[in-house]
Ligand binder design. Structure first.
Ligand SMILES: [Zn+2]
Length: 434
């Protein structure tokens, strides 16, 4: 049992922050929340830790751990657009080049990076068609060792001719995690409409229903997928998903940048869950997703890094800023709403229960931030202080399921220099393959 006393305690994005409050962690959960003085009396002799700001850990709803190996990759010619990005770069030079050793090393490094930036939960999508079978089991072993709460999936695709093997990979990971009581679990996943047939998409959703897990896909990252669907299927992407009967709350749709009015209605009415990646959407020139509109209509929406910039504070700032600019309205997506997407809403999008708040019975997934901002912290400004003026260097301690994973800014049981050197070696191997 541990007592954590905070100058400021954030229990949830929709609750006022509490001054001079703390919590009791018992096992993997929060056992009690209250004023520090009261908890000291009610729990005498319990190991205690003091922190500036204690808040729920972040939930990264969309990650490609292997993406780190592509940072800085040399390219003879830069991709000229979406199709050349995939055909000439991302598929041949990154995803098709991955093997188990590269995947394991990238996983270890990025798990540590995520923990160090306050991310306690992530959902990963691995596409490595020549690294299966067992790529997910390799990842599972590493994530379990690092101690993150992780949902893993393989992005099955028919583009490389082995689609069903990718679905099988997900089934085996999901079943390997079942009933273990561990922090790693699985999800069904396939790529997109333009790499997967209608029958294959049905197969993915049928398997997800049989296993009672969500089914994930990338949707409309730019104009290219809806244009492709109009040309080949005679309708836009979500119109197709509605027609074939898979638009439902079992569907986790990432990106959702370019949506027509009819597609927005389908997402809202069907209960499709969404993941928003404000920074990577900018990177690929995809556009700006209609996030305030979808959230305002009740869509469950999380935030993700997409294997691009993993400092979650930067991702929050991206979400906080770009929608105000697009809508020329400074009132949309206030800081507490963005913080909610970064925590509890993200957990909801991933189908996780009792994750993302610090209240009795909820998972003890938390971060401690320094509270040394130059202006006074008040309950009315703390979410702004966090979202706008903090970054990963202010995260001092991180706990996942009641276990410390970061103390005093250091990821525990992690040799940073050794793993950094290995990431460099694996990147060189991947870059040399093409
Ligand atoms: Zn992605």
């Amino acid at each position: 049992m541990i007592r954590i006393a905070a100058d400021w305690l954030v229990t949830a994005a929709d609750r006022p922050p509490l001054a001079d409050h703390g919590l009791i962690v018992d096992g993997g959960s929060v056992a009690a929340v209250g004023p520090n003085a009261d908890l000291a009396v009610s729990h005498p002799g319990v190991e205690s830790v003091r922190g500036g700001v204690v808040a729920p850990g972040f939930v990264d709803t969309h990650m490609h751990l292997y993406g780190v190996l592509a940072h800085g990759i040399p390219l003879a010619t830069a991709p000229t657009g979406f199709w050349s990005f995939l055909d000439d770069f991302w598929w041949p030079k990154v995803e098709d080049a991955l093997d188990h050793e590269m995947i394991a090393t990238a996983t270890e490094w990025v798990c540590a990076e995520l923990l160090a930036s306050g991310v306690t939960t992530f959902y990963d999508i691995l596409e490595a068609p020549f690294a299966i079978p067992d790529a997910l089991l390799v990842q599972k072993e590493v994530v379990e060792r690092m101690g993150n709460r992780g949902i893993l999936s393989f992005e099955a695709t028919e583009r490389a001719g082995n689609g069903v093997v990718g679905l099988d990979e997900n089934v085996r990971l999901i079943e390997a995690c079942r009933g273990t009581g561990g922090l790693v679990s699985g999800m069904m996943s396939y790529h997109t409409t333009f790499t997967c047939s209608e029958a294959f998409i049905h197969e993915a959703f049928d398997r997800a229903a049989d296993l009672d897990v969500l089914c994930h896909a990338h949707v409309n990252e730019g104009v290219h997928e809806p244009d492709w669907c109009l040309e080949h299927l005679g309708m836009r992407t979500f119109e197709f998903y509605e027609r074939i009967g898979v638009a439902s709350d079992r569907f986790l749709a990432s990106q959702c940048v370019q949506l027509s009015e009819s597609e927005r209605r389908i997402v809202v009415d069907s209960g499709v869950r969404c993941a928003h990646m404000p920074l990577s959407n900018c990177e690929v020139g995809g556009g700006i997703a209609p996030v305030p509109e979808l959230v305002g209509a009740g869509v469950t929406m999380g935030l993700g890094t997409d294997g691009y910039i993993t400092d979650f504070f930067e991702v929050m700032r991206g979400a906080f800023l770009i929608h105000k600019a697009r809508l020329t309205d400074p009132t949309v997506l206030p800081a507490h709403a963005v913080f909610g997407m970064a925590t509890e809403k993200g957990a909801n999008a991933l189908g996780l229960e009792m994750v993302g708040r610090l209240e009795p019975g909820w998972a003890a997934d938390l971060q401690i931030l320094t509270g040394d901002v130059p202006t006074p912290i008040r309950d009315h400004n703390l979410f702004d202080q966090i979202v706008l003026w903090r970054n990963r260097s202010h995260v001092t301690d991180v706990m996942v399921a009641g276990e410390w994973r970061v103390r005093n800014g250091n990821v525990l049981d992690f040799d940073r220099e050794r793993v950094r050197a290995r990431v460099g070696e694996q990147a060189e191997r991947m870059w040399a393959k093409t």
